[in-house]
Design a protein. Structure first.
Length: 246
């Protein structure tokens, strides 16, 4: 029984309100998921969320599904949170390490976004170490990423799935937003896998894309951006072409 239910029992109102017992506040649930994931590197479980919000697990599950439907997060089996961008519960080729927290970095875009989103709230996250391997040749790469400017490097980011289809299967999409040693490693990978070239960004373009994409995501009242509709943002950070719907 939740504390609210106990109050209702005490006041004799339980029977009348049982049918409409505690409905989880979906925005509160969203913020709780995002903040826990950001602060710990791990998504909260349904049971943990129910405990913190004083709700039933069925209500939490319903709220999570609503959030997944509106693309605030991605759910796996048994309503487990797989992604709440830029945090990921599954490895997609990147690790991101601050002085005291370790995240699976989601994709290249998400990994570069973490210090921008968390730098103000978590002192240790203002600079992170982003690490990955080249999908073509397996060479390791790592950069210190912070908010002062793009890291140095000749590597190139490649996004396979166009903006209009990024949410068709977002885990697949993020899994194919990777960093390669060079244009020639990317060409070798495209030839080997039979994939069609998507969009190529240098580290500066990737950093600018990531810098403000997730602004305010940990706050109440956040309005999410849909990649295909965010044309002003994409133009402002220097992107162009049909891949972005521009
Ligand atoms: Zn390579
Ligand atoms: Zn991603």
């Amino acid at each position: 029984m939740t504390p609210v239910d106990r109050d209702r029992l005490a006041t004799g109102g339980f029977q009348a309100t049982l049918r409409h017992a505690v409905t989880v506040d979906v925005e509160q649930l969203r913020v709780q998921v995002y903040r826990t994931f950001a602060e710990t590197g791990q998504p909260p479980s349904v049971e943990e969320l129910a405990e913190v919000l004083g709700a039933e697990t069925t209500e939490v599950r319903g709220g999570l599904r609503q959030l997944a439907q509106s693309r605030h997060l991605s759910l796996g089996a048994d309503d487990a949170i797989v992604m709440a961008h830029p945090s990921s519960a599954v490895p997609l080729g990147f690790s991101v390490m601050s002085s005291d927290t370790l995240w699976w970095g989601g994709c290249a875009w998400d990994s570069f976004a973490l210090p921008h989103l968390l730098g103000d709230q978590m002192r240790g996250a203002a600079q992170v170490l982003v690490a990955t391997t080249c999908p073509a040749c397996n060479r390791p790469h790592a950069w210190n990423v912070d908010r002062s400017g793009p890291p140095e490097g000749e590597q190139v980011a490649h996004f396979l799935i166009p903006a209009a289809h990024m949410w068709d299967n977002v885990v697949h999409t993020c899994g194919h937003q990777r960093l390669f040693c060079s244009a020639s490693c990317l060409e070798a990978w495209l030839a080997r896998t039979g994939n069609v070239r998507g969009y190529v960004l240098d580290l500066g373009a990737l950093w600018r894309l990531a810098a403000h994409w997730y602004d305010d995501r940990l706050e109440y009242g956040y309005t999410r951006r849909e990649p295909a509709d965010a044309t002003d943002y994409m133009r402002a950070v220097g992107l162009s072409g049909s891949f972005w719907g521009l």
